[in-house]
Structure formats: C-alpha cells, structure tokens
Design a protein around this ligand. Sequence first.
Ligand code: COA
Ligand code: ADP
Length: 715
Amino acid sequence: MAQYTRVLGSVGLITLKNPPVNALSAVVRQGIVDSVERALSEPEVKSLVICGQNEKFCGGADITEFGKTMTGPPLTPIFHAIEAAAKPVVAAIEGVALGGGLVLALGCHYRIAHSKAKLGLPEVTLGLLPSETGSLRLTRLIGVPAALDLITTGRHVTAAEALQLGIVDQVFDHNTVDAAVKFALSVAGQSLDARRISTFPCPSLPNLDAVFDAAMQKVRQAARGAIAPVACVQAVRAAATLPYAQGMEREKELMATLFTSGQARALQYSFFAQRAVGRWSMPSGSRWDTSKPKPIRKAAVIGLGTMGRGITMGLAQAGLSVVAVETQEKQLMEAKQAVSGMLERGAKRRGVAPLLDNISYSNNIKTVGDVDLVIEAVFEDMALKKKVFQQLSAVCKPGTFLCTNTSGLDIDDLASQSPNPELVVGMHFFAPAHVMKLLEVVYGPRSSPQAVATAMQLGKVMGKVSVAVGNCQGFVGNRMLSPYMSQADFLLEEGATPEFVDQVLEEFGFAMGVFRMSDLSGLDVGWRVRKAAGLVVPGQPVRMRQGCRYSPLGDLLYEQGRFGQKTGSGWYQYDKPGSRVAKPDPWLHGFLEEYRARHGLVARRIDHQEVLERCLYSLINEGFRILEEGIAAGPEDIDVIYVLGYSWPRHRGGPMFYADMVGLTKVLERLEFYHQAHPDVPSLQPCNLLRKLVASGSPPMHRWREVIRKVHSQL
Ligand code: COA
Ligand code: ADP
C-alpha cells in the first residue's frame, strides 16, 4: 500500500509500504494513484514528497507479478500523472531506487538521495529492459553514453555517482525524508516547466550512429546469446532519436518481445533461486530457520597459495580480523605483498581506507589459538590436510570451527582427525576467491547444523551466495563437471576437434568451451585429480578404467608437458607460455589422428547437436543423481552453483532449469539413445529420478521435490 500523511501543514507525504523492498505491487500502485489524487485535490497541500518505508525507497516492479495476469493500475500513466502535476513532487531516495523505483523517481520533479542509496535500472539482469518510460527518461536526463552504460549493464550507482551524472539533485548524509520535505516547501509554487523529463529534447550527439554501432558490437560480444542487452541498446537508440510518444511505442514493442521470452523466465528464476538457497536444509531435517550461526569475529587461513590469498582478502574486506598462516617463508612474504596490494587497489577504487591492519601474518600455526573459525587452504592432498587438522585440533580454543577449502576431498575423512567432528565443514571457494560469488558449504554426516549455519552466514558476510551441499566426491559442481568433460574427450576420440567442441559450447553461451577452460586452469590440475582418484596409469594409455570407458587423452598431453596456457601448449597452441590467445594446433590434430589409428577408432562426422546433447545431458543426468541422493536439496541449488561457479549462461537459468525447458522426456530419450550407443559409459545411463519424473508426467520444477521425497521414502 501507500500511506498518505500531511506534514508541516502543506506537504503531502506518500510512503510506499510493501516490505521488504517496497516493490510496486498492484496494491502499491493503487495506493500511489489514490494518494497523489488526494494530495493534488487538497488546497492546503503545496508540494508532495514520495518516500519508502524502512528507509528503502523502492526495489522496482514486483517481480513475483510477472507471468501472472496484470491487475491494478499500470505504471506509465502513474508516472505521467505525477510529472504533469501542478504541485512539485520530490522523491526522497533512501536505500534503493531500482528499476521501476528509479523510474518513479524520474517521474518526480526533483530527486533527493541519501549518501548510502543505490540507484539503477537492473532490468537487463532479469531479461528485460527499463520499460514504462524508464529508458526514455534516463536517456533524456543523462545522455546517451551514460544511459547506455547503466541500462545495458544494469549496474547500481552510488548516490555520489548519481549526483555527478545528474540523476539526483541533492545528496544528504542525514534524514533524507526531512530534507526532502524542507526542499519541497522551498520549491512550492515555482514553475515546473524545466523539471519534466518527458519534455526534454532528445540528447544530441554528433556521432550517434558510431556510438550505437560500437555499443551494439560490445553487448553482442559480451551477451553470448542473451537478447535483453541487445534490446536495451535498441531502446536507448529509440529514446535518443524518436519523439517521446513514438519512443514510448518502440519501448513497449521491444519490451513485449522480452517479457514473454524464455530468457526472461530463466533470469527471473535465477534471481529467486539465488535467494532460495539461503533457506537451506539438510537430509537430517535441520534447516536454516532452526539453526543459529555463531558470530565470527576472528578467523584464520592456513596456506597462502592463490586460494588462501583470495580467502584472506575476502575475510579482511568483510571486516574480520584474520590470522594468515603460511609455512614457506618466501610464499609468506609474497602473499603478504600480494594481499596488501589487492586490498590497497580495491580500497582506492571504492574511495575508502585499505583494511591492512585486519590481517596478521605468521609462519606458525600456533598463532591461531584464539580464532573463532579456521579455513584450511593447503595443497589438495589428503595426508597433508589430515596433518594440518590434527595440528589445528591441538592448538585451537574449544568450539573453533574447522573448515577446509577443498574442491572435492572427503570432508568426513578429515573430520575424523578432530575430536570434534561436528565442528568440521567444507568451504569450497572458487578462484579468485575474493571475486567469485559462489561458495559451496559442504556438510559431512557429522557436521552440526550450527557449523553449517555459521559457514553459510560467513559466506554471506563475505558477499557470497552460499549453497549447502552434501559430502561426495567433487561435491555438486565438480561432480557434475566430470561426465561433461569425459564426453568432450570421447567426442575427440570419435572424430571431433577441440575447437569444434568449444565452439558449440560457446555458442550455447558458456564463456569458454571445455578445452579452452582446461588450458586456462591447467591440464596438470585435472591430472592430479584423476591421479588421486586412481585413474592415472602411467605409460599405459588403455581406454578402460574400472570397467568403464576412459579417455587417456588428457593424461597423454600432460605426460608431454602440455599443461595449457602456462606452458604455451595444451589442447591448443599459444604464441608463448602465459599467452591467452588459443590457436588450433596442427600437432594436436595429427596426434588425435595417430591416437585414433592406434586404437582402431574411425573418425566420423560429429554434429552440433551431438556435442551439445552428450556434454549437457550427461551433466544434467548427474544433477538428477545428486538430487536423488539428497546431496543437493533442490534443483535451484544446482542451478545457482552452475550459474555462479561454472559460467553456465545466466539466460539459460542453470542445467536443471534447462532440462525442464527442453523437456524431461526429450532428455531421457536422448540419454537412452546415447547410452545404447555407448553402453560402457555409465554416466549416459538415465538415472532413476529422471525416469520417475518422466513417469510422473514431467511435473514442473517446483514440484520435483515431491517426487524426490517419494523416491527417498521408497529407498
Ligand atoms: N519484486 C519482488 N520481490 C523482490 C524484489 C522485487 N522487485 N526485490 C527484492 N525482492 C524480494 C526478494 O526476492 C527477497 O525475498 P525473500 O526474502 O523471500 O527471498 C527479498 O525481497 C529481499 O531481497 P534480497 O535481494 O534478499 O535483499 P537485499 O537487501 O540483499 O537486496 C535489492 C535488495 C533490492 C537490492 C535486491 O533485492 C534486488 O536487486 N532486487 C531486484 C531489483 C530489480 O531488479 N528491480 C527491477 C525489477 S524489473
Ligand atoms: P592454491 O591455493 O592455488 O590451490 P597451493 O595449493 O599451491 O595453491 O597453495 C597451498 C599453500 O599452502 C602453499 O603456499 C603451501 O606452501 C602452503 N602450505 C602447505 N602446507 C602448509 C602447512 N602445513 N601450513 C601452512 N601452509 C602450508
């Protein structure tokens, strides 16, 4: 709703009330219409202020209403009515003015913001464009280059930047509503002719065509098949070149194509999924709302390689006191320099003081005695990790949580090294750990709900989206990656090239295909994982392991010293070690031919569809297995992990959402087909849950949990 009150005798104050972010639901829209009408009809009222309850102006259109039948008054006439008012209307922006919230403010004659407010038009991140005159108004107000930047990226700007861009008129550090009321009194009766954005002329720019061409090229390159950024450029172009009324028509037309698109549905699903994972549960029945996290003030990081450094940075930036331990003196010095440099650069960018004093460095593990939580990030080696856990158990104060940053080792095995296994959880960060948004919080059978809650909360404090997952080899993300990568290798054996497989995956929307990614992360990394899993048999490139098909191609390249970018060759060739430009490698093509000949494999033509289906459906099939085993609580958990940690294209929602879009029957049929052709590849065998879902009529995703529960109850 919107509450109307009169303040200081002559100011009509309209407060949007729709917790938590005062989204513009049908009731709120109706409330605004009624309140504005009332304020304009009361002769005592000389000016109006619009604000939001609980120091949040407005988080925009109510996303939960999308896809439902529209009720209540539409937004555009509301904005026009506000703008056409004969009495000045002032927006008092606290907290957020996003999407429709900012457009509401742009409909007002003046905008006053609190210094901590964030403003923006993030519609593109939901597969939409700023409609209801949003793109028109912002472009007319701040000009083409700035509007293009904000609208195509959806980025939020601070109040200071908004002031500089001309989006807001004044910024205050104290009570913004009071300031807006005073301001509204001061402008009462003044002419509003120059304050109505819809009457502003189109912004002039000498080289308009070149600017838009460049913008279009930029978004097409970055968008990887996403349609909303392209429509956003078209909308800004319309705003900059057409008369207002025609611009409105064009904006509407462009929005209509986006609004019902599968991409918008996927991105909006992803928005809610990223919030839903915070409401985690464990198979034991423990849940986010019944498990209280312990506050963590001081933490330790053990091992300052790439991961340890990033984690140290992330903890310090979140305001925690950190003890950073590294046994190698040279590494310790280098880490200190690197972390301090990163903190200084980050602080400079944000215009704040670097938090260097939050970190103390040591080469002695005994210095962690008084911390509340430890994150171990030493080499990915079980024996070493066990030794470190034994040391930690001896030196840490009682009740200290022991976390391990492993990408797949057995959490429970590690927990057995501690007298308090309930305090042990996995915290699987993604590189670079201070940048990547994803954190897999891994619970073992003995991890206490409080330990899980504490790790989840710590991730949140560090600005991450944390997903709670069960303990198994590779957890969720890496476990699903394994069949995907195996399929890619098998496709090479059968006749494809790395560049063809990568091209297909990149056209699907991945930032990098599987082979370019492997070259970037290093073929030695994958080799070590396979070795630890007992799959590497040196000198014997046999194509079977443990009774299943195995491709030794990655091992053979590793043995040749082809580790990827770092050595200047891997699945591709590079100009020099460290170079990032991957080029098809004739040597590799010859090597593949020779390999096929040696194993009696006849190369065949492999098409686009086969690459996609075999790589993606085998990964999805593993996702269903993970759901069946209860390792992930729901499909949203898997999808968030893939979108935030594995560059799954956002506009495709995530692997499980994609399976739902494609249709479970089709996924099942194609898996059956490929499994028949490759009976020695178990990951292609459709899993029980997928079959059950199809047998239950392929219910929509939000009903999968019911089927999963049934499968569990039958076990
Ligand atoms: N419509 C409906 N619900 C919304 C919403 C919106 N525009 N914006 C936020 N919410 C809901 C969230 O789903 C969440 O619900 P939950 O608690 O049931 O999970 C709740 O509000 C709080 O949001 P959350 O993102 O967890 O809080 P935050 O303080 O971290 O962030 C915002 C607040 C406003 C910055 C963030 O929610 C956001 O970016 N919202 C979307 C803004 C937007 O894109 N608007 C344009 C719509 S076209
Ligand atoms: P990444 O973080 O990229 O996986 P590494 O695995 O190379 O990087 O980093 C592990 C770090 O842990 C190394 O710097 C190593 O010296 C350090 N390390 C190994 N054993 C210990 C230990 N017992 N205590 C503290 N640091 C250790």
